[in-house]
Design a binder for this molecule. Structure first.
Ligand SMILES: [Zn+2]
Ligand SMILES: [Zn+2]
Length: 354
């Protein structure tokens, strides 16, 4: 006999809209199989659908035991706009425990969240005027729809570090040129020093400094919009690994083609180009709003990033100065390769977990 995981009262078989539920008459809770959830509340109420969606996040194991197989259950918070509900999911049989009226709340939330996502994706809901003005002035792209399931802790930490270092730079060195002449080689990558084996750590440290507010703002923006999803998909440890490998690859490719240069290189662009390469591998079907003069177009991310990488290579080939084009290219390809390798590993993990 199945017992209520909340109050241990025997569960009663109950038929609701042709589906059998295990119902607790004492606390009003219900146990339902995954297939039944989908039939009762709509396809998106199937745990596989909401567990993979932005609307649900795990809040950890609970004290409840599955009434069917006594396995420990995991609590999920399913949330959209102002409404949220906490449901318990069995890790073994994917059965759901819903207290009281949680079933109706779950049904409303998943159907609202799903129709909102579909409206954004199809272009029925458009971004507002403020974002249009922002795009006109900056030329930056915005994502049509690619929400994250978890807070991107590493991305936020990196952004805070880049801003803090820039603030320190601005306040501590009023005379920038004198400061660069004295200490620059210690932090920035100077190829002619690197080739003599001096300041080898600058392949990393150079990526934490920026040469001006716009340089920082551009890099920070791209890290923010692309990095959150890449971190969400790969997890923090793989994301940091990808970021550092892209950073070093960018620095080294720049060095390899400018080995005699005295010009210091700085900026997180190489590492962030790696995040962009990874985004292309992980989310090839996502669309961006891209500004062409005054026209806002919805383009596949492969058009935008494909044009971006070709532009970097063409500018390098034509000898464009002042920008480390090859640091961008080196970072981009390193990030794409890392993402491709890590993606295989995360797919495998998912299969093992299921
Ligand atoms: Zn009960
Ligand atoms: Zn179970």
């Amino acid at each position: 006999m199945r017992r209520c995981p909340r109050c241990t009262y025997p569960l009663m078989l109950f038929v609701h809209e042709g589906e059998e539920l295990d119902h607790c008459r004492r606390c009003g809770g219900n146990f339902i199989d995954p297939g039944e959830a989908a039939r009762l509340f709509g396809g998106h109420a199937h745990p596989d659908a909401w567990r993979e969606s932005f609307a649900a996040r795990s809040i950890g194991p609970t004290e409840l035991k599955c009434p069917k197989d006594r396995s420990p259950m995991e609590a999920f918070e399913v949330e959209f706009e102002k409404e949220k509900v906490e449901v318990d999911l069995c890790a073994k049989c994917a059965g759901l425990w819903l207290d009281g009226r949680e079933g109706f709340a779950l049904q409303r939330i998943v159907s609202n969240a799903t129709s909102h996502a579909e409206a954004r994706e199809s272009g029925a809901i458009k971004p507002g005027v403020a974002s249009y003005v922002f795009q006109i002035f900056t030329g930056f792209p915005i994502e049509v729809w690619n929400p994250v399931k978890r807070t991107p802790v590493v991305v936020y930490t990196l952004l805070a570090m880049l801003v803090a270092i820039f603030m320190a730079q601005v306040t501590l060195m009023p005379n920038e040129e004198a400061w660069i002449a004295q200490y620059g080689g210690f932090f920035f990558l100077v190829p002619s020093e690197f080739i003599r084996g001096e300041h080898l750590w600058t392949v990393i440290t150079c990526a934490f400094f920026h040469a001006g507010f716009m340089h920082l703002a551009g890099n920070a923006y791209f890290l923010w919009i692309f990095g959150d999803n890449v971190e969400d998909e790969l997890g923090p440890v793989r994301f940091i690994t990808l970021y550092v490998i892209s950073m070093i690859s960018g620095s080294l490719l720049h060095f390899a083609f400018n080995a005699n240069s005295d010009i210091p290189m700085l900026g997180a662009s190489g590492a962030i180009a790696g995040v962009m390469g990874a985004y292309l591998v992980l989310f090839p079907r996502v669309k961006l709003y891209v500004m062409i003069v005054v026209f806002r177009l919805r383009l596949g991310v492969y058009w935008y990033l494909g044009f971006w990488i070709v532009y970097q290579l063409v500018m390098f080939a034509s000898g464009g100065e002042g920008v480390a084009w090859l640091a961008h290219a080196g970072g981009f390809f390193a990030g794409a390769i890392c993402a491709w390798i890590f993606k295989g590993a995360t797919d495998h993990e998912t299969k093992v977990a299921v």
